[in-house]
Write a protein that binds this ligand. Structure first.
Ligand code: HEC
Length: 165
């Protein structure tokens, strides 16, 4: 009987206590107020209408219809905003681009749509976009949005800009 049983017990009894050094008091950055998930303003009547006087910018959109607030459209816009815009825009501070706080009060709906749909043309031909760009080192890029997608984002900006602080 040549049965040999080799029992190799290795690494027995090694108890690794891995201390993660967790006691550094890392300052918690107050990241709680990110762009998404802002509660809607309490009533639809409280929603801002779009600004209609002023420059409409240069680009494919020359007129938008002023309609009552559309919550479903704004939700679609929120999703698009998070995936396409939030890396450069917040509502509280400057990131790569300016804070979009109150933007629907300072720009017409058409201007904002043109900026979303064709930023290169705006940055070349629109005096306000050119002036704004002086404060930023890298320009807004084209996100390849369809017009309905830009309209949905506009509705989200309307909602977000209307929300009580
Ligand atoms: C790569 C970064 C970047 C992305 C992505 C981006 N932007 Fe911008 N955006 C900028 C910068 C920078 C400016 C300032 C003008 C300039 O220098 O190009 C700007 C300007 C604007 C303005 C004018 C703001 C004002 O105060 O008048 C609006 C509106 C805007 N962006 C909306 C959007 C929306 C909506 C999206 C998503 C569809 C978006 N941007 C995506 C960088 C970006």
């Amino acid at each position: 009987m040549n049965k040999q049983i080799n029992v190799i017990l290795s690494c027995l009894g090694i108890i690794g206590i891995i201390a993660c050094g967790g006691n550094e008091d890392k300052k918690k950055e107050s990241n709680s107020s990110t762009t998404a998930n802002q509660p809607a303003a309490s009533t639809e009547a409280a929603m801002l209408d779009f600004k209609s006087d002023g420059s409409k910018g240069v680009g494919p959109v020359s007129a938008i219809e002023h309609k009552p607030f559309d919550a479903q459209l704004a939700n679609k816009g929120l999703e698009l905003f998070v995936s396409k815009c939030a890396m450069c825009h917040d509502f509280e501070r400057t990131l790569v681009g300016p804070s979009l706080d109150g933007v629907v009060k300072r720009r017409t709906a058409e201007w904002i749509m043109n900026m979303m749909l064709d930023p290169a043309t705006m940055l070349e031909k629109d005096a306000d976009a050119i002036a704004l760009s002086k404060g930023f080192s890298s320009p807004m890029i084209s996100l390849g949005l369809q017009q309905e997608e830009a309209r949905a984002i506009l509705e989200y900006l309307r909602e977000r800009n209307s929300a009580a602080k």
